[in-house]
Design a protein around this ligand. Structure first.
Ligand code: GDP
Length: 356
């Protein structure tokens, strides 16, 4: 499944946030047989549509889509040269589908900052520089090889020219993602800064409503998405019963846990969407890439569904809610039969027909 790597300087609240992510009980509740690695946290993507579906179908259980986060320790200044945990973290980042930077904004004199002062802009710069340097090293090795290969092979020439373009961007100190470079032609080189970035600002709880400050931080990373949360509060929220958690959130002027926002933004950043299934047993969201066809969507449930795909009975979530029940939707002629070529839309409520 797709994962987001969490990076950040030491003492910015990564472990605190990560603990909250792993204590999240979405896996235990919905996937009792799943085992996950100790450095992986899984969060359910909040989706109010599932509650509504469960109501319509009388479902016993709700199973949301999930996003996995991997804790990637060890980024410090000089990491691309082997400082700190050094190159090990680079391999971990290469395996992630997106990169989430945790940035310290909270000011606590008891928590030392590695560079002696809290400065979000400097920290982002430090991390981006390490990633940019690592990509430059990759390209320095690759380009001479590609030059040789492309003398014989036109396809290699295309990769070479993409690599040279990428080098220019990196030389300016910019990440390939921020510069809008298309990752596709470069895929083979597994560069890190082509991956989508998102930013978590770890803010003192009493600053979470300080819109002026949040706007400034947002501007630092735009067009990447920014999430603001207080990691310490998040780790407390996760331990509380729903009612008390809601009270704590309200007391800091928030209406949604930061983890929920993180799950939603992470999902979006990965370029994913969901379709829905529902019945008396469960109402469930299934994760597919944007552009997936109906058989591909069926394959997410079971490979046999994809192989034996015949057709899909589909209604959009909005229409189903308007009709109020499946029977009513059918009598209105709103339930469509779609074939192999159908491209799924977000929020399609689906029942597959297949041969076994
Ligand atoms: P990491 O090195 O990035 O994993 O940082 P940790 O999660 O271990 O946090 C470092 C220290 O900062 C710990 O003592 C945390 O309790 C504290 N800390 C983490 N998040 C916050 C926060 O939002 N506010 C405050 N005041 N302290 C925090």
């Amino acid at each position: 499944s797709l994962t987001i790597g969490i990076v950040g300087l030491p003492n910015v609240g990564k472990s605190t946030l990560f603990n909250a992510l792993t204590k999240n009980d979405v896996l235990a509740a919905n996937y009792p047989f799943a085992t996950i690695e100790p450095n992986v946290g899984v969060v359910g993507v909040p989706d109010p549509r599932l509650e509504k579906l469960a109501e319509i179908f009388g479902s016993q259980k709700i199973i949301p889509a999930t996003v996995s986060f991997v804790d990637i320790a060890g980024i410090v200044r000089g990491a691309s040269e082997g400082a700190g945990l050094g190159n090990k973290f680079l391999a971990n980042i290469r395996e992630s589908d997106a990169i989430c930077q945790v940035i310290r904004v909270f000011t606590d004199p008891d928590v030392v900052h590695v560079d002696g002062k809290v400065s979000p802009a400097d920290d982002i710069e430090t991390i981006n520089t390490e990633l940019v340097l690592a990509d430059m090293q990759t390209l320095e090795k690759a380009v001479p090889r590609l030059e040789k290969e492309s003398r014989k092979d036109k396809e290699r020439a295309a990769l070479l020219s993409a690599a040279l373009e990428a080098q220019k961007v990196l030389d300016e100190g910019r990440t390939l993602f921020a510069a809008g470079v298309d990752p596709e032609p470069l895929r083979e080189l597994t560069l890190m800064t082509t991956k989508p970035f998102l930013y978590v600002f770890n803010v003192d709880a009493d600053e979470l409503a300080n819109e002026g400050m949040l706007d400034e931080l947002r501007a630092l990373v735009a067009p990447a998405e920014a999430i603001f949360l207080d990691a310490q509060t998040e780790s407390e929220l996760i331990e509380l019963p729903a009612e008390e958690a809601a009270e704590l959130l309200e007391s800091i002027g928030q209406n949604e846990p930061g983890l929920d926002q993180l799950a939603k933004v992470g999902f979006r950043t990965l370029g994913l969407q969901t379709y829905l299934t529902a019945g008396p047993k469960e109402a469930r969201a299934w994760t597919i890439p944007v552009g997936a066809t109906a058989p591909q969507a069926a394959g997410v449930i079971h490979t046999d569904f994809q192989r034996g795909f015949i057709k899909a009975e589909i209604i959009s979530y909005d229409q189903l809610v308007e009709a109020g029940s499946m029977a009513e939707a059918k009598s209105k002629g709103w339930v469509r039969m779609e074939g192999k070529e159908y491209v799924m839309a977000d929020g399609d409520v689906v029942e597959f027909r297949f041969n076994v």
